[in-house]
Design a protein around this ligand. Structure first.
Ligand code: 13P
Length: 256
């Protein structure tokens, strides 16, 4: 298996943007623009937008994802959302361990792992985010860090479950900054992630896993990024809030 046989996944991460009514309007606008996609098209939206998003996406090729999930199935965890709650609504994917959650909400490699296991257990496909800060890159720790984060996130995940796992390499310094990693930097980072999976599960399994790039991916740079051998689509923040831009990215991934 190689890039040609791995299906690219283009996922929008709306972060804390759009009300339910705005979500409906944006998805209605996107639907015809991405209808011909030859890649997986996913929109990860705020929890409260999910019912409206599912309804709006009905009958289209757009899959809906959440932006987080709790690691317990139920219990006294005020303010948290469990996998089965998302599943019942029709959610298919969930972003886990985004750098904003690591930075602002105390997310650790351990909780990322627990959430990944809970997502899989609950029948959701985790999009697990890993990535180095600028300081870590400048100190030369990028490879070590990406491999460590990847292996930690996948602890106790079975090889047979990796078909449902997406890893997103998102260099922290490229998120929301307008500074995109060069296509070579993205390919290298994604390659480190794939190498970590190979070390843990073997090269053959690693070749089957979807590894996205994320960080200021946009309508202009998407084509060059997704053309790289290790880049199987993208996790898109800002550009996923604009229907036309998101559609261009989906189309760039469909050509590969
Ligand atoms: P931007 O595309 O806005 O840089 O965000 C990337 C990201 O964090 C996606 O999860």
């Amino acid at each position: 298996m190689n890039k040609a046989t791995r299906k690219a996944v283009i996922a929008g991460n709306w972060k804390m943007n759009k009300t339910p009514a705005e979500a409906k309007a944006l998805i209605e606008e996107m639907k015809p623009l991405v209808a011909g996609a030859d890649c997986e098209v996913v929109l990860c939206v705020p929890f409260v937008d999910i019912p409206a998003a599912i309804e709006a996406a009905k009958g289209s090729n757009i899959k809906i994802g959440a932006e987080n999930v709790h690691f317990k199935a139920s219990g006294a965890y005020t303010g948290e959302i469990a996998a089965n709650m998302l599943k019942e609504l029709g959610v298919e994917y969930v972003v886990i361990g985004h750098s904003e959650r690591r930075q602002y909400f105390g997310e650790t490699d351990q909780t990322v792992n627990l959430r990944t296991l809970a997502a899989l257990e609950g029948g959701l496909k985790p999009i697990v985010c890993v990535g180095e800060t600028l300081e870590q890159r400048e100190l030369g720790y990028t490879e070590t860090l990406l491999k460590f984060q990847t292996k930690m996130a996948l602890t106790n995940v079975k090889a047979s479950e990796l078909k449902d796992v997406v890893i997103a390499y998102e260099p922290v310094w490229a998120i929301g900054t307008g500074v995109t990693a060069t296509a070579d930097q993205a390919d290298e980072g994604n390659g480190f992630v794939r190498a970590a999976i190979a070390e843990a599960y073997g090269a053959e399994v690693a070749e089957t896993v979807t590894v996205q790039y994320g960080g200021s991916m946009n309508a202009k740079n998407a084509e060059e990024l997704v053309a790289k051998v290790n880049v199987d689509g993208g996790l898109i923040g800002g550009a996923s809030l604009k229907a036309a831009d998101f559609a261009v990215i989906v189309s760039a991934a469909s050509d590969k």
